[in-house]
Design a protein around this ligand. Structure first.
Ligand code: ADP
Length: 287
């Protein structure tokens, strides 16, 4: 599997219609993909330790997707096996009135990663160019007329791009993942949620309503991804009809990004080594 196939950095266009959501790369079967994934989780632990110890760069991982595409499972999966002290997760829901009284990036900026940390956004400020665009919600919130123009989303793409560039230039990596599930697969997953009492809680009436806007959402995703994909802050469109394949791809994306950052444990100076030896002596000779 080559994650370059799924990487969009502005040099090629993402086209929903041309993207195969069922693909499974070069994996013959699920077991092979899961083995690879487990190896990556081990690598991730070591890389996260170094990222935390070095404390210079931080990582923001954004998950965006239609309902039932596997966002929650993907977040759980990235979290599995890594040190909880070095990671935080934020879910972006319908904005509160306080959040709406600020600019749309405010609520994300407040919880942006610290150096040494991995921060995961389950949905993000991209909702402000996705659900807001599809349902024209910008016309229903208190915004001045001069702002509510035909260009509002083009302007927001620019604002998002600038914000992500700002993060990058200040020592943070931004990984943006779109879990691309097909409409047919979503139907299967909704049916499972209805048929299995243990999963009933996962289904909400609104899910069916949003499904009705599928085409508009796909266009909004396509436009947002193409407008905000850059070499520094690329998008990854992950085929999500097979959950095991999606997770293998996500593991590879996260590990390869951290590897390219190559965090290091802080170097211990010669002076410090001498001091540590003194402390060692003290402990050994303790009465
Ligand atoms: P999830 O579906 O992520 O598990 P919820 O069922 O609580 O969690 O859904 C969160 C909802 O909040 C989604 O329908 C999403 O579109 C909506 N939402 C998030 N951000 C915004 C926003 N800026 N404006 C309007 N709706 C938003």
């Amino acid at each position: 599997m080559d994650i370059k196939d799924f990487r969009f950095d502005g040099t090629k266009k993402f086209k929903v219609k041309k993207f195969d959501t069922k693909q499974k790369g070069s994996f013959d079967d699920r077991v092979e993909a899961e083995d690879r994934r487990d190896d990556h989780i081990m690598d991730l632990q070591g890389l996260q330790d170094r990222l935390y110890a070095e404390g210079k760069e931080g990582v923001l991982i954004i998950f965006q997707a239609m309902d039932a595409a596997g966002k929650d499972g993907s977040v759980r999966y990235v979290m599995s096996g890594i040190n909880p002290a070095g990671v935080s997760v934020h879910n972006f829901k319908v904005p509160s009135s306080k959040e709406l009284s600020h600019d749309f990036l405010w609520r994300a900026m407040k919880v942006a990663p610290q150096r040494g940390m991995i921060t995961i956004f389950n949905r993000s400020y991209y909702e402000d160019v996705l659900v807001v665009k599809v349902h024209k919600l910008h016309k229903k919130v208190p915004l001045p007329e001069r702002v509510v123009t035909d260009d509002i989303f083009e302007e927001r793409y620019e604002q998002i791009k600038n914000y992500e560039k700002h993060l990058h230039q200040n020592g943070f990596r931004v990984i943006k993942i779109f879990l691309n599930v097909s409409k047919e697969e979503q139907k299967e997953r909704f049916l499972q949620r209805i048929d299995d009492p243990a999963r009933n809680w996962k289904f909400s009436d609104g899910d069916i309503v949003e499904r009705g806007y599928w085409k508009k959402y796909m266009k909004a995703y396509e436009d947002a991804i193409n407008a905000t994909a850059t070499p520094e802050c690329p998008w990854y469109v992950v085929p999500a009809d097979r959950k095991w394949f999606a997770r293998a791809v996500i593991a590879e994306i996260v590990v390869s990004t951290l590897e390219s950052m190559n965090p290091q444990f802080p170097e211990v100076s010669e002076e410090r080594k001498v001091e540590l030896l003194k402390f060692r002596e003290m402990l050994i000779n303790e009465m």
